[in-house]
Design a protein around this ligand. Structure first.
Ligand code: ARG
Length: 547
């Protein structure tokens, strides 16, 4: 239910009649009333009439019967006060609706969302945590809105680093199968050899060639590496309660057979230029610090294809084979230019028609207490599984620890950096995961303890009215979050709702109220619980009936 747009629709014809042209009534929330319109002030100059007079005429013309009281205030504002009876009836209807008054979008889109996308053979680290959490929340939200969402995990499972990994694996003493269990250690050991041993380096390069040429034993080793890493990723997703599964893996290797064709087609369209032996696209409008055009490297000077070529192939596949209307890429902000260039080249090549949108959904970094990128004391990148272990051991309940991490990530604007701080994340007061979880569990316990069933909602007390209005804000909050892909708007809403509930519960007796009042208040409790539960579900934060 969107009160703002309802009142907008009621005021618009009145404004149009008074002004003689369509006018946006600009209905906004206001500290002076439930909602307010300042459109009369903006019209005054054009109509050469005092704003209060315009406002009064609109107030007299508008049909708001049964919905709201309207008064003219100040220099010419329209103050709108929604009728208690109307609010109560609207909430009864929301309570009867399994979707809580949020209709599915009228024009569902096929949305391909690329998120998590860690690199194989390295354990997932905190850098991938944000993509996983933010991406999953957006996928849940868009799904729930009724879009046809395709999740894609574009894991880095190909390319030159694999030469060194596969060679290291091939040279492992037979039967040890050693290293793969500790992927990070395995990767480091391979890296050390690659950096220090010239002969190993040569053998690693030959491995890349063997892999690319489809050499049987090399492919077999590669498959082992892939299987092992995917298993590790799935373990992390499971712990995180993320909706990504094995069916969503579509790593970079998927597109290997397309890459030569991508380069050929770009060349044919006159979009490639040779530069230092590499084949590059120079999309218009991208220049480096020195003002020179920035290249998107499609084929490297050694003849190999890299990250950008793979992204072009993946994009073409998502549009032409998957039939995407919208492409989303949830990837850290440092890759902003990469994606803008990929989109520009794809548009120029005709792979990204004007009807399909492509968005890079960037996000900031997770920082340590020192304000620098989060690192372990030894200066290493923080392993995700270690972080989750710590969450489990710090929280009283594992569900609280994971929720705390996820909520801390989702509750701030994704574009910003944030400091990883256990004490703040796990606090049971303030805008935190545990606060919401306790609030939800408390409401569940009220419902369990109270006698009688929820009944029709009646509004008598200001605290009831405030809670009722907050409950009506669910749909607008979801819409506001989905548009700019900002899960934090849901978090802010839920925190406000939980705080409003808490004031209601301080001021209004529920369990020992008169039967009729009790059933109305129980209905408010139940609707609050359902709204919190759904909102937390959309963030991917677990809601427990009992803690
Ligand atoms: N594997 C990449 C990284 O860790 C992220 C991939 C993002 N998705 C994409 N289509 N490029 O940096």
């Amino acid at each position: 239910m969107n009160l703002e747009s309802l009142l907008h629709d009621r005021l618009a014809p009145a404004f149009a009649a008074v002004a003689g042209t369509p006018v946006d009534p600009a209905v906004r929330s206001s500290p002076h009333a439930d909602l307010q319109s300042g459109a009369a002030l903006a019209l005054a100059g054009r109509l050469h009439r005092p704003p209060r007079e315009i406002a009064a005429e609109v107030a007299a013309t508008a049909d708001l019967t049964g919905i709201a009281e309207v008064t003219v205030s100040g220099p010419g504002f329209l103050n709108l006060t929604v009728a208690d009876g109307w609010i109560a009836a609207a909430l009864d209807a929301i309570a009867d609706d399994p979707r809580l008054g949020v209709p599915p979008v009228p024009d569902p889109k096929r949305i391909v969302i690329d998120y998590s996308s860690p690199n194989l053979a390295k354990e997932m680290h905190v850098g991938h945590l944000r993509s996983t959490i933010i991406g999953d929340s957006l996928a849940r939200l868009l799904d729930w809105q009724g879009h046809d969402v395709h999740r894609v995990n574009h894991i880095g499972d190909w390319g030159t680093p694999f030469g060194m990994l596969l060679e290291h694996l091939a040279e492992a003493p037979a039967g040890t199968g050693h290293s793969l269990a500790g992927l990070t250690a395995f990767y480091r050991a391979a890296r050390v050899r690659f950096d220090t041993d010239e002969d190993f380096r040569t053998r690693a390069r030959l491995r890349v060639v063997a892999l690319q040429n489809g050499d049987g034993p090399t492919r077999e080793l590669w498959r082992r590496l892939v299987a092992q890493s995917e298993k590790a990723f799935l373990g992390v997703y499971d712990r995180l309660g993320v909706t990504l599964g094995a069916e969503h893996f579509a790593g970079e290797s998927t597109y290997q057979d397309e890459l030569a064709g991508i380069a050929a087609e770009l060349a044919e369209k006159g979009l490639l230029t040779e530069s230092d032996g590499a084949l590059c696209a120079f999309p218009e409008g991208f220049t480096g610090r020195d003002g020179a055009p920035l290249p998107l490297i499609v084929r490297k000077s050694d003849g190999g294809f890299g990250y950008a070529a793979t992204d072009l192939a993946a994009l073409r596949h998502r549009v032409s084979d998957l039939g995407a209307d919208e492409l989303l890429y949830v990837v850290g902000s440092p890759q902003r230019i990469h994606f803008r260039m990929v989109f520009a080249v794809a548009r120029a090549a005709g792979w990204l028609p004007a009807t399909v949108s492509a968005e890079h959904i960037g996000f900031g970094s997770i920082l340590g207490a020192d304000g620098k990128m989060l690192k372990t004391r030894a200066g290493d990148t923080v392993r995700l599984s270690g972080l989750l272990d710590e969450a489990d051991s710090r929280a009283t309940d594992p569900a609280l620890g994971i929720a705390a991490i996820k909520y801390a990530d989702l509750s701030g604007d994704r574009r910003g950096d944030y400091v990883f701080d256990w004490d703040r994340m796990l606090a049971s007061t303030g805008n935190t995961g545990p606060y919401l979880q306790f609030a939800y569990a408390r409401i569940c316990s009220i419902s369990r303890r109270a006698e009688g069933a929820p009944g029709p909602i009646r509004i008598t007390e200001p605290a009831e009215r405030a809670l009722a209005l907050a409950l009506m804000g669910f749909e607008p909050a979801l819409t506001a979050a989905a548009g700019p892909r900002e899960p934090h708007r849901i978090a802010t809403y839920l925190y406000d709702l939980a705080s409003t509930f808490s004031r209601f519960y301080e001021q209004c007796r529920v369990i020992d109220a008169e039967p009729e009042t009790r059933s109305s208040r129980l209905a408010l409790c139940e609707l609050t619980a359902r709204t919190l539960h759904t909102g937390m579900f959309l963030l991917g934060v677990e809601a427990l009936d009992q803690i």
